[in-house]
Design a binder for this molecule. Structure first.
Ligand code: PGA
Length: 257
């Protein structure tokens, strides 16, 4: 079995202005030693308006934190008022882009085909997509969670390249666990992440599936990260609320210490 380097990512959502964003990154960096970055990817995904500030800070201080964005438009340019394209993000040294987050799907009506188009655009611009999937509480209660995630994966990965499988991440985020304080049990999270890998193997073959990282997201905190990360098919965390606090995010990143 391939060893997969963990990927620990903070999704700040619509929080922190550009001054607060700079401070937060500085604080996170203060808590982390050189060794904490070794063998894993540490990513922050601030709102668009803070990307430039953080890029400059990371560059000036030579910090090994990687920059991510929370979304992008699927076209590279055009008359799309209010939108941000993948090439624009790439120019800011953004390396990762979350696509298909459940808030984009639920609040903004994004569907699998659009998510796939965005993921393809991210790759075309030389960045790596974090493709998010996950079921609602009703779907879980109706025993449909595995089928929903299966369909989301097939639709959202349509046309996505796995030439370098380390540059594609799937985030499994059960919607009922996001921002609710309610985490999936490590066992449930593991079961679904293993299911994700089975679907990936069906789509791309076992070797590729073994190399793709699957993150768990949904109320990840310093107190539960170790158990979650101890599961064989969980290769990282996509962290919302707890990533807004430098101490907590640093504890999540250093869960192996
Ligand atoms: P949460 O958010 O950690 O606040 O539950 C996770 C996410 O939506 O990515």
């Amino acid at each position: 079995m391939t060893t997969r380097a963990p990927i620990m990512a903070g999704n700040w959502k619509m929080h922190k202005d550009h001054l607060e964003a700079t401070q937060l990154v500085q604080k996170v960096a203060y808590h982390l030693n050189e060794g904490d970055y070794e063998g894993q990817d540490v990513v922050v995904c601030p709102p668009f308006v803070s990307l430039r500030n953080i890029q400059v800070l990371l560059d000036a201080e030579r910090l090994p934190i990687q920059l991510g964005a929370q979304d992008c438009h699927q076209e590279s340019s055009g008359a799309f008022t209010g939108e941000i394209s993948a090439p624009m993000l790439a120019r800011l040294d953004v390396d990762w882009v979350i696509v298909g987050h459940s808030e984009r799907r639920q609040v903004f009506g994004e569907h699998d085909a659009l998510v796939a188009a965005k993921a393809v655009a991210v790759q075309a611009a030389g960045m790596a997509p974090i493709v998010a999937v996950g079921e609602t509480l009703e779907q879980r209660q109706a025993d449909q969670a595995a089928a929903v995630v299966d369909a989301q994966l097939r639709g959202s990965l349509d046309g996505v390249s796995v030439e370098d499988p380390t540059r594609l991440v799937v985030a499994y985020e059960p919607i009922w666990a996001i921002g609710t304080g309610e985490t999936a049990s490590a066992e449930d999270a593991q079961d679904m992440c293993a299911h994700v890998r089975t679907v990936l193997a069906d789509l791309f073959g076992q070797d590729v599936a073994d190399a793709i990282r699957v993150q768990y997201g949904g109320s990840v905190k310093p107190g539960n990260v170790r158990e979650l990360m101890g599961q064989p098919d969980i290769d990282g965390a996509l962290v919302g609320g707890a990533s807004l606090n430098a101490d907590d995010f640093a504890l999540i990143v250093t869960h192996r210490r």
